[in-house]
Design a protein around this ligand. Structure first.
Ligand code: GLC
Length: 743
């Protein structure tokens, strides 16, 4: 529709119609079912209000969406098509690794492809908008939603943000593209105590420097929606925070898309204590620039009357509805409200071979090898054969033990597979290799009796069963040459409302690990998780430790590929693994303090703890390969730089092992003396290189003055003259450094 026609439409709409466009329904109000992603039964709308609603979340299925679209348009005086939105967070029917794992690939290209695949599948099913990418910077592993974030670094998260928006969106008129929604604006990843929905206290400098860049990258990439966050930011809920939503998001970042609240977040301002009732909440939200009220009754119940009473200028409603109509128009919905008319398109696309292959490659690239005492890959004469002789038999017999050996639930909390059997288990992945000497045992229950999950307490059927499994597992372990333990944290213990006060795996699994260790020390542990865990004892009792996160549809195949060496581990941690819960929040770009402590030492009256060093167990950017890489010293083509000039920093990376490997070369900068304290280092670039055995490659990074900018003592975003340190290596704790001076 032309802009003039769209303007005519807006002018011709009644106030009730316009407010209807600003209401989003939960699936169950329209269909009595659907995917419910928040508290239910809170929606008290009249039939007329339901009929006027401009969008709905949580409905999937092309036929159902078509039928609802037709029905709803008939009720609309101007037959305005609805938007169908869903949390397509890490794939749709082909499930990809959770976003925290995607961050570990350090591959924006893989992220873009994963999101393009998700968009193609979701749009083939009738959907128009995804509530992704989630770009909350995370530093506290107690918070369950770290699994949805690309990680703890502003630069990596920004690269991922751009890639994900490109993957979902592209040209919105294309029928296999969908609108993306950056979330949760802003700072949701830093709640007090790691408790979901809790208050967030961030200085403006920390907010601007660490937490906002990834959202802004999504805005600059053209992301069409932004979602308000549940949390108060410095005691103001985002859905009513005019400074945040108008001054920062719209004016400073230049966002001109649709702002949608999070689930019932508008009305929740009453609970936050800044609105006396839903009417006042509606007023605060529309003044803050919230265009769509997701699932609460605030707009539906009060916005029309607020405008009629003159308390809210109709102009604010017109602005909101204009943005909504623009989005619908850019999606081509006025010309083609039924983008897909039946499931024939979905049948061709969902779980197609190409997407399964992408999911398998992405999962393998997201795994992080934290430890390997020469036991991986599981091939004859160990390391030498990996990747070379793919059909070489493994050394001896291998016992695959643990509750994750034959488990389909190896996907993230925001995944809704229609058929779990399509998820490839570890056992299936191993059996598909057709290798001799493989045996499998459950070992123990997935979760301990009484374990609290968001869906209730776990009641394991019987202790006798547990004893039988344990006996069988120990017999198998004792009689095998190698043991692979598949352990982990269940998907229902992370994600939304998944905050925990411990960072361990179930005690029943730890008992299995300890007992197996007594009969066979040759243990490789494969760890499934939605967050960094405190894995000290697991690492100590295992000769190798591979974190596979929640790998999705092709998880079992990808794990078999990596363990047998058909794919080389290349993941690097996108979030720090703490030594213990007590260290949390712990992150690499921390501050030197006035009493800096060597991270692996404890000194009295210095920054740190009495009982533990400050160094985490595994830092951001860390990850092993099946080979080793040597780095030359950092070379700079000049030692001084003036504004407008650039420095080229380079290293030569050599594969010193006997198999090919992929290394993520990372560039960190530090400003050791500035008008405010600066992090001990900040990621400013990365490059993935594939090197054959013995091969060397020069890797160059261009350093320019804008990379040195920060919010100075006056909150101006500037660089300051002086000395700078350059670090280049395979992890954030590299000491491979050089220096230059900014004139
Ligand atoms: C949830 C989440 C948000 C999600 C929305 C719709 O509460 O906070 O991330 O997109 O509701 O499901």
């Amino acid at each position: 529709m032309t802009q003039d026609k769209l303007k005519e439409l807006l002018q011709d709409m009644s106030l009730e119609e316009k407010v209807g466009q600003m209401i989003q329904l939960p699936a169950d109000v329209l269909t009595g079912g659907g995917l419910v992603t928040g508290p239910t039964g809170t929606t008290q709308l009249t039939d007329e209000q339901v009929g006027m609603a401009g969008s709905v979340l949580g409905i999937e299925g092309a036929e159902k969406i078509c039928e609802l679209q037709k029905r709803q348009m008939e009720k609309q005086p101007h037959h305005i098509p609805m938007l169908f939105m869903l949390d397509v967070i890490n794939g749709f029917e082909t499930i990809f690794p959770i976003p925290l794992a995607l961050g570990c690939t350090f591959s924006p290209e893989m992220a873009e492809e994963a999101c393009a695949a998700a968009a193609k599948e979701a749009t083939s099913d009738g959907l128009h908008v995804t509530f992704s990418p989630m770009l909350d910077l995370v530093r506290d592993a107690r918070w369950g939603r770290v699994m949805e974030s690309p990680g703890e670094d502003p630069y990596l998260n920004s690269e991922m943000a751009r890639a994900m928006v490109r993957g979902y969106q592209g040209d919105l008129h294309a029928k296999d593209k969908m609108a993306a929604c950056l979330k949760h604006f802003a700072g949701y990843g830093a709640p007090d105590g790691g408790r979901d929905y809790d208050n967030v206290e961030l200085s403006e400098r920390t907010l601007m420097e660490d937490y906002l860049p990834a959202y802004e990258a999504a805005v600059k990439a053209g992301c069409r929606l932004a979602m308000t966050s549940f949390n108060t930011l410095n005691r103001i809920p985002s859905s009513g925070n005019k400074w945040l939503m108008r001054k920062i998001l719209r004016e400073k970042m230049g966002f001109d898309g649709v702002v949608i609240s999070d689930y019932s977040a508008v009305e929740e301002m009453v609970f936050h204590g800044i609105a006396a009732d839903a009417r006042e909440a509606a007023k605060l939200a529309v003044e803050a620039g919230v265009d769509i009220d997701m699932v609460s009754n605030a707009y539906a119940g009060h916005l029309t009357e607020l405008v009629r009473s003159g308390e809210v200028p109709e102009k604010l409603v017109d602005e909101a509805v204009w943005r909504i109509l623009q989005l619908k128009n850019d999606l081509g919905l006025f010309e083609e409200p039924l983008r897909v008319v039946d499931s024939s398109e979905a049948e061709k696309v969902l779980l197609c071979g190409d997407f399964r292959q992408k999911a398998r490659e992405t999962a393998a690239a997201s795994f992080v090898l934290l430890k390997n005492e020469g036991v991986l890959p599981l091939r004859e004469d160990g390391r030498k054969n990996s990747g070379a002789e793919k059909n070489a038999a493994p050394t001896g017999s291998i016992a695959w033990i643990g509750p994750y050996v034959d488990n389909h639930e190896i996907y993230g909390a925001w995944s809704f597979p229609r058929n779990k059997e399509e998820i490839v288990t570890v056992k299936q992945g191993v059996e598909a290799k057709g290798l001799p000497g493989m045996a499998f045992a459950q070992g123990c229950y997935l979760m301990d009796k009484g374990c609290a999950t968001k869906y209730g307490q776990i009641t394991n059927p019987s202790d006798e069963q547990a004893d039988l499994w344990m006996e069988e597992a120990l017999r198998l372990a004792e009689s095998s040459d190698q043991v692979v333990l598949c352990l982990g944290e269940h998907k229902d213990l992370s994600g939304e409302a998944g905050s925990r006060t411990s960072l361990g795996i179930p005690e029943g699994q730890m008992e299995l690990l300890r007992k197996v260790r007594q009969v066979n020390p040759n243990i490789v542990t494969v760890l499934f998780c939605g967050r960094p865990l405190a894995v000290g004892e697991i690492a100590e009792l295992s000769r190798a430790l591979l974190v596979v996160w929640m790998p999705g549809t092709e998880g079992g195949n990808a794990i078999a590929d990596v363990l047998f060496g058909d794919r080389i581990p290349q993941g690097k941690l996108s979030m720090t693994f703490p030594r213990s819960l007590g260290q949390v929040p712990v992150y690499y770009n921390h501050f030197p303090t006035g009493r800096p402590n060597p991270p692996h030492e404890i000194h009295l009256f210095r920054n740190g703890y009495l009982d533990q060093v400050t160094a985490p167990l595994y830092p951001f950017g860390y990850g092993l390969s099946y080979t080793e890489f040597a780095y030359s010293e950092v070379k700079l083509d000049r030692r001084e730089m003036k504004a407008g000039e650039r420095i080229t920093a380079s290293v030569t990376v050599t594969n010193t092992g006997d198999i090919s490997g992929v290394e993520t070369v990372q560039l960190y900068l530090r400003d050791p003396s500035a008008s405010v304290a600066r992090p001990v280092r900040s990621l400013k670039g990365f490059r993935k290189v594939t090197l054959a055995p013995g091969e060397s490659r020069e890797v160059r990074f261009v350093i320019e003055e804008p990379m040195l900018r920060f919010y100075d003592i006056h909150m101006d975003y500037v660089s300051e003259p002086g000395r700078f340190e350059v670090y280049i290596g395979g992890s954030s704790d590299t000491e491979n450094r050089a220096e230059f001076v900014l004139g």
